[in-house]
Write a protein that binds this ligand. Structure first.
Ligand SMILES: Nc1ncnc2c1ncn2[C@@H]1O[C@H](COP(=O)(O)OP(=O)(O)OP(=O)(O)O)[C@@H](O)[C@H]1O
Length: 391
């Protein structure tokens, strides 16, 4: 039947420019054409425009995006354009992914997780202060809030689950393991990828928590962030060096047909900083091995994206890293996916900003095959098959 077919759709790519002091900024122009959903980012290259001898030197770089968020954009602007649509489609059984990519300190974590809720985290179950969406809340907080308060259309929300995975040097850590905060990352359960009988990825040891309210969900998220900070302190600034994947499972009963269940997964992904090893002034050998490791992971991600952007019938090397295995549905599979490329407007980061935008152009070429995940209860399925036979 028609509802089971899949639709091809491209990954929508957004750009966010981090606010910075007015001196030392690159001249860039953003043109958003709201009616067409096309935006163009033009970055002037000050180094080349100063060189009057090279007539043919490229003085500007131009990049196409779905939309550009300039330095004045708010957390809510980003959410409305890039986050909310994923919540709405999750109620229809459609998987969604939002991932942020960019150089260190360009606002990836701010975009996804907002400002840190400084201060004490209360254990799950105790009753501390109320958590809620504030101006600085990132995509994850807003998604969790909307899932519990947004309109599910004709369908009825049945259950919500969450999990929170950190990947550091190819090792997966469960940030919500056992529901309490840890004092050392070694205490966090290690997550390993396995294939189940149907050859689907199964993340062993990643806890999946059912949540019944926005408060409960936000409390888990806060616990995960506390564990993430612990890891950061012990693992040489793991924040820039690790990847975090927050996953929300949404189950709905289909309206007018409560024998059909719709299930969707929404992944929100904060990637490691994308700068190249050569540019960061890393001297200590341990740090160098870490840098290679992040870059290795991002390198594998880039390989997957290049293979996908070149089109069908290619071998896609998902298996080379844990990150690409986790993101296999999000990239080229069954998921509605959006990317937010974060860049700095500062002149000294020009090269990195251009390279981030170039990567984004590749990602925009990827097509996913999106279809609603519907399952019927066995009785309903038998009735439907009997109906079909009669015709
Ligand atoms: N749009 C913004 N508005 C206000 N502050 C911002 C914005 N973007 C980033 N910041 C601030 O800039 C700092 C660096 O941002 P953030 O930690 O999010 O970067 P990142 O890209 O996640 O870096 P890393 O790769 O190291 O994790 C933080 O203090 C953050 O609060």
């Amino acid at each position: 039947s028609g509802t089971m077919s899949s639709d091809s759709e491209n990954i929508n790519v957004f750009c966010r420019v981090k606010p910075s002091p007015e001196d030392d900024t690159v001249e860039y122009k953003a043109r958003n054409d709201y009616s067409e959903n096309i935006a163009e980012l033009e970055i002037a290259n000050p180094l080349q425009s100063m060189n009057r001898h090279s007539q043919n030197a490229q003085t500007t770089h131009k990049f196409a995006f779905t939309k550009i968020f300039d330095q004045t954009s708010t957390q809510s602007d980003i959410y409305e354009a890039a986050g909310r649509p994923l919540v709405e489609s999750s109620f229809q059984g459609i998987n969604g992914t939002l991932f942020v990519y960019g150089q260190t300190a360009t606002g990836k974590t701010y975009t996804v997780s907002g400002y840190d809720n400084d201060g004490a985290t209360s254990p799950i179950g105790e009753s501390p202060r109320e958590l809620s969406v504030t101006e600085d809340s990132g995509v994850i907080t807003r998604v969790l809030s909307d899932i519990f308060s947004g309109s599910t259309g004709d369908n009825e929300l049945e259950s919500v689950t969450i999990s929170y995975l950190e990947i550091y040097k190819e090792v997966g850590y469960d940030l919500l393991g056992e529901g309490r905060s840890k004092s050392h990352p070694d205490e966090l359960p290690r997550v390993t990828p396995m294939k189940d009988a149907r050859k689907r990825l199964n993340l062993r040891n990643l806890s999946v928590h059912t949540v019944n309210s926005e408060q409960e969900a936000l409390r888990w998220f806060e616990l995960g962030n506390t564990n993430r900070k612990v890891a950061e302190t012990h693992l040489n600034d793991a924040s820039s060096r690790s990847h975090c994947v927050f996953t929300i499972g949404v189950t709905c009963k289909k309206g007018g047909n409560n024998k059909t269940t719709l299930t969707a997964k929404v992944n929100i992904v904060d990637l490691a900083g994308s700068e190249r090893v050569g540019k960061s002034h890393i001297e200590r050998s341990t740090l160098l091995s870490e840098a290679r490791n992040i870059n290795l992971s991002l390198h594998h991600l880039q390989q997957v994206i290049v293979a996908l952007s070149k089109g069908a019938l290619r071998h896609i090397p998902y298996r080379n890293s844990l990150l690409t295995q986790v993101l296999s549905d999000s990239l080229g599979g069954n998921s509605r996916t959006v990317m937010v490329a974060t860049i700095s407007a500062q002149t000294r980061h020009l090269e990195e900003s251009v390279s981030t935008c170039q990567f984004a152009q590749r990602v925009a070429e990827i097509t996913n095959k999106v279809k609603a995940n519907e399952t019927m209860d066995p009785d309903a399925l038998i009735l439907r098959l009997q109906d079909e036979i009669k015709i």
